[in-house]
Structures are given as structure tokens and as C-alpha cells.
Design a binder for this molecule. Structure first.
Ligand code: DGT
Ligand code: CA
Ligand code: CA
Ligand code: ZN
Length: 575
């Protein structure tokens, strides 16, 4: 049946004409024809052949001719002609929830926005909010709509998955008959993106528990509901998220946690070891013949296989199984090891808060220091500091430190690496700072040679202690720069420069595998939140997890050092 296609064609013609501001009457006619065809249960082709289509009220002569043309030739000239009148990417904007032809017309006419990518830029630049009749709230709705659209085509970010898992876990907490709750899958491994959220529950009344979950108010759509597993799309503030809840008995909880945490590749390795030892491993337990030798406790599954317990962050089959066998797994860093945040913006550039407020907020996190790293002048859209303003800020920080107890504010910068690889501030000013991070914020799409030269040259500067977000990627939004990471890491080792692990879940930059490469080359990681507000300081855990996935121990992370050791480390590079 061609009904659906035809209906869509008429609707799209109406959309395009509305965007172009064409005749209202014709727009309405096309909409009506589209709706009639879409609603008709009978085959349009048959209706056309029998002459019945012409009888339907609302379908006039010219519409009939268009339908006939399409049925005969497979194209519709009027539709083709309309398509030539707009940029080809413009219609993708209509797929954004809450975005109708009127909205598209407004952003296209006033801001020349022709694609989703351009719309995002416009939202970020604040130009949508400034459009008459739009405002902050509409711009935010649009941003959420885009996020939803992006999610629906693929994987979600770690922070989005965590939010969904928290909502479901909190709900399950109050469901009777549940003895334990354990997020599993890629979320428990803290992978950078998540396909679906897996939550494991210990309990006996599987069907009842699954029902409680699939009937919860936050459930948007139930995908499956059986005796041990429920799958649903749940509504969160930003997007719909696919969540699987599995119910297992207590005695299998450890084995199930092991199995459903994965990764698949890691599980395959474990099963091989079991088979070699003439054991059977599955989600119910580890068995010797019919006898269960491990199952309730996850650690025991590993121990009975002759392995040390492997932290979920490491379960990617990247050498952890061999290391567990040889008893030489790394002792991973933990959140409480962190002594300070090395990447924080204040309201002097594009952040929200005063320096003093950030320092106060850092104290309860157990930090001993916090480094203020506002942007430099070239990043004008972020109100980057001029040399003069930075000099004043350094003085201000020294003054604040005189009064502060228990925590020290470090004077730093996130200085721009300019197009030729030189820095936005001269060495004399940089020498007055405690810690210098240098970042690329422009020309990220340039050729490899260009971005490599910039990055390597910045590291050559004796005052540059760290390269910020080394690849510049934004997960799901912007590709990383085309850099040769092995060469960057080698140069970092040679120049005594750290590489940042930017903890913002949009960035996670360096990513896990690059962290591992850096550590193996002896390069220090500097985990920073890139906070622009007090809440932003709370992102540290994402950076710690990412470094952990790269096998980071205390020896590998700069901001685990005490303040005095950090200062000595900085001095080592200075002339
Ligand atoms: P995702 O959801 O794509 O981000 O990644 P995961 O790792 O959460 O994968 P998912 O949700 O398909 O399955 C959860 C875990 O269940 C997975 O990490 C390992 C286990 N699992 C699933 N299917 C298989 C399988 O065919 N073989 C083995 N050995 N394990 C599996
Ligand atoms: Ca999953
Ligand atoms: Ca799953
Ligand atoms: Zn930056």
C-alpha cells in the first residue's frame, strides 16, 4: 500500500510551503489530503483505479492528479520542485520534538539555521533565546528535544544513564520482596556511552517485581514483562532511556552480577577458564558437575576460578584476566584519593561563581586545593581574561588565601593554544601562576599536522603543566581532533607535561584507552571537572572512573599529590 508514503509526501509539501510562507489555503488543502490518505483503511491505488478516490470529500482535481502521477511514476513533480526551494538538511529540524514548521521558519529566516548542528550552535550562542517570541525556556525545550532525538538514534551518555538508573533504583527500593539492587552492564563498568541500563534485583517473586517496575509512573513504554525480566523505556528529564530489570534468587545474585556486568568479551574469557577447569559458569552460578561452588557472592566466582577479584571498571578483556591470574591487578584510584580539582572556571570568564564560593564548596569534598583556570582572551565568547585581568586575579587569589583555612586556591589558567601553537599569554605572566593548563578551543577540525604541531609546541613551553581535553571531542556531538595520540603521549613524557582527564561526561577526554596508553608511557593524568558552577565540581567521579578504566593507580594521577608535592612537580619543568 502506498497510503503511508503518499500521506507523508502531502504532509511534507505542506511543511515546506509553511516554511516558505506560501499560500495558507493550499497548505491546509495538502494537510487535509495527507490526513485523509493516512486515515483511509483502503488501498489508495485501488480507490484510484475504481474512481472512488475522486468521490472522497477533500480530495480535489489537482490532488488527484498528483496522486495519480505518483502511483504511475513513483515521483511527484510538485514535491520535487518544493524540495529544490530549501536547503536539503532543513527538514531534519522537523524531527525534533516540539519543533513545527513555524519554528523552523523562524530560525531559518532570522538566523539562517539550516540543520540540527547549526541549531545547536545557535542555542549555545544564545541567539535562539533572543529571537522574538522564543526566550530561554523555548531554547531549553529545543535543546532537550535535540537530546531526545540524538538518544533515540543510539547510545546515551553515562550521566544520562546514571540518572535513569537512580530513578529506577529509588523506586525499586520501596517495592516489597526485593533484597538487593545492583546496577550492572556497561553502566556498572562506567563505559563512556551506554546502550541500555541493566539493573539486577535479588528477590523471589519475580513476576510481581517486574510488574511493579513496568507499572511505575515513569515508564513510557513497556517493551517486555516476563517472570524474571522487564524491559521498558523510562522517561527522564532529558530523554527516554531503555532499562532492563532482572530478578534473580539470592543464591545466584553474585553469579548474575558477574554475568550481567559483562563485558561480553570479559565473560567469554572467564567461561574459557571455567571450561579448562572442567567447571560450568553461567548467570546462575559456578558449577562442578551438579554442585554449585559459587553463586551468591561475586568475589567467590572469581576466586574459585583462580583469579583475584576484578573491579567492574576493568572488565573489558584488556589484560585484566591475565593480571588477575598473576595477582598483579592495579590498585585503582578511588574518589576519596583526590586532593583537588585542577580545572575550574569562575564568573571572571564563563563560570557562575565567585572564587571564594568554589573554594568553600570544595572543602567538604575533602580537597586540599582547587585551581582556578579561567579562559584566556582569545576565547572571547567565554569572556576570556586579558593579561591584565589575569594579573589582577592572581593578586585576588593570593589575598583570599591569606584568610582561607584548610584549603588553598591555586592561581591557574586554561590558556588558549593559538593557531600557530603559541600561547595566549606570555611566559612572564605564566610564571606567576601555580599551574598552567593549555587547551585548543578553535580549529578543531583542522588537518592532523596542524593540530599536532599546536599540541606538541604547547607542551614544549616550560610553564605548561597540562594539556586540557586533549582531543576536544564532545560525545555524540563533536568528533575528536585528528591527532596521533601515541605521539602526543610520547611528547608529554619527554616534556614532563600531564594530560588532562576531563571529567565532564560530555567529554571524558582523555578516554579510557588513551589513559592506559599514557600511564604505560609514564605520563601523569590530571583529572579535572571543568566545572562552571558549584554543581560542576561533583563531576569528578566520571573522571576518576575513566582513569580507573585506564588502569590508573595513585602513582599515575597528579591531583592525588599533596599540595607541596604538586608544587615540586610543577617546579621540575620550570627553568
Ligand atoms: P550496552 O548496553 O551496549 O552499553 O553494553 P552492555 O555491556 O550493558 O550489554 P548488554 O546490555 O547487551 O548486556 C549486559 C551484559 O550481559 C553484558 O555486558 C554481558 C552479558 N551478556 C549479554 N549477552 C551476552 C552474551 O551473548 N554472552 C555473554 N557471555 N554475555 C552476555
Ligand atoms: Ca546494557
Ligand atoms: Ca541490556
Ligand atoms: Zn576548555
Amino acid at each position: 500500500m502506498k497510503n503511508a508514503v503518499l500521506s507523508e509526501l502531502f504532509d511534507q509539501m505542506a511543511d515546506i510551503m509553511e516554511i516558505l510562507g506560501e499560500d495558507r489555503f493550499r497548505i491546509n488543502t495538502y494537510r487535509r489530503v495527507g490526513r485523509i490518505i493516512g486515515d483511509t483503511p483502503a488501498d489508495v491505488e485501488v480507490l484510484l483505479a475504481t474512481g472512488q478516490l475522486a468521490e472522497i470529500p477533500g480530495i480535489g482535481k489537482s490532488s488527484l492528479a498528483k496522486i495519480e502521477e505518483f502511483v504511475k511514476t513513483g515521483t511527484m513533480t510538485a514535491h520535487q520542485q518544493l524540495l529544490t526551494k530549501i536547503p536539503p538538511t532543513l527538514l531534519e529540524l522537523l524531527a525534533i520534538p516540539s519543533m513545527g514548521p513555524k519554528g523552523v521558519k523562524a530560525v531559518y529566516e532570522n538566523l539562517n539555521v539550516t540543520s540540527i548542528a547549526e541549531l545547536k550552535d545557535a542555542i549555545e550562542a544564545g541567539s535562539i533565546a533572543e529571537l522574538p517570541g522564543f526566550g530561554d525556556k523555548k531554547a531549553a525545550t529545543m535543546a532537550r528535544g535535540i537530546a531526545f532525538l540524538e538518544k533515540s538514534t543510539g547510545r546515551i551518555r553515562l550521566d544520562q544513564a546514571l540518572e535513569a538508573a537512580d530513578v529506577v533504583s529509588a523506586f525499586l527500593h520501596d517495592v516489597s520482596g526485593i533484597e538487593r539492587i545492583q546496577p550492572a552492564g556497561s553502566l556498572r563498568r562506567r563505559a563512556e556511552t551506554i546502550g541500555d541500563v541493566d539493573i539486577l534485583v535479588a528477590g523471589r517473586k519475580g513476576e510481581k517485581i517486574v510488574k511493579a517496575f513496568t507499572n511505575a509512573a515513569f515508564v513510557q513504554e513497556v517493551l517486555a514483562a516476563g517472570p524474571t525480566k522487564g524491559s521498558a523505556i523510562i522517561q527522564t528529564e532529558i530523554a527516554g532511556v531503555h532499562v532492563d530489570v532482572r530478578v534473580v534468587p539470592q543464591k545466584s545474585f553474585g553469579a548474575a552480577a558477574q554475568y550481567f556486568t559483562g563485558s561480553k568479551q570479559h565473560n567469554v574469557r572467564l567461561r574459557e577458564i571455567a571450561v579448562k577447569a572442567k567447571l560450568k559458569l553461567n548467570e546462575y552460578g559456578l558449577f562442578k558437575g551438579d554442585k554449585m561452588i559459587a553463586g551468591a557472592v561475586e568475589e567467590e566466582v572469581y576466586h574459585k576460578l583462580g583469579l583475584d577479584y576484578i573491579w567492574p571498571l576493568l572488565r573489558e578483556d584488556r589484560g585484566e584476566v591475565e593480571a588477575a591470574k598473576a595477582h598483579c591487578l592495579p590498585e585503582l584510584i578511588e574518589a576519596q584519593d583526590i586532593k583537588g580539582d585542577l580545572h575550574v572556571h569562575t564568573n571572571a570568564s564563563d563560570g557562575d561563581c565567585e572564587i571564594a564560593d568554589l573554594a568553600e564548596a570544595a572543602r567538604p569534598l575533602g580537597y586540599k586545593y582547587i585551581c582556578v583556570t579561567d579562559h584566556s582572551q582569545s576565547t572571547a565568547i567565554a569572556n576570556g581574561l586579558t593579561a591584565k585581568r589575569l594579573a589582577a586575579q592572581i593578586k585576588q587569589i593570593h589575598k583570599l588565601n591569606e584568610k582561607l583555612r584548610g584549603i588553598t586556591i591555586l592561581a591557574g589558567t586554561e590558556v588558549d593554544i593559538l593557531a600557530n601553537g603559541s600561547l595566549d599569554f606570555d611566559d612572564k605572566l605564566l610564571a606567576d601562576l601555580d599551574f598552567v593548563t593549555a587547551s585548543i578551543h578553535s580549529g578543531l577540525a583542522s588537518a592532523r599536522e596542524k593540530v599536532m604541531t599546536r599540541t606538541l609546541k604547547a607542551m614544549d613551553n616550560p610553564y605548561v603543566n597540562c594539556i586540557g581535553h586533549p582531543t576536544g571531542r564532545l560525545i555524540g556531538q563533536r568528533e575528536p581532533m585528528d591527532i596521533d595520540m601515541a605521539a602526543v603521549i610520547k611528547h608529554a613524557a619527554q616534556t614532563h607535561t600531564a594530560l588532562e582527564v576531563n571529567a565532564n561526561p560530555w567529554r571524558l577526554d582523555l578516554k579510557d584507552t588513551h589513559c592506559k596508553m599514557a600511564i604505560e608511557a609514564g605520563v601523569k593524568l590530571a583529572i579535572g571537572t571543568d566545572a562552571h558552577s558549584i554543581g560542576g565540581l561533583g563531576l569528578m567521579g566520571f573522571g576518576v572512573a575513566t582513569a580507573g578504566r585506564g588502569w590508573a593507580t595513585k602513582a599515575d594521577v597528579l591531583n592525588i599529590l599533596s599540595l607541596s608535592k604538586l608544587k615540586s612537580w610543577v617546579k621540575l619543568k620550570r627553568p
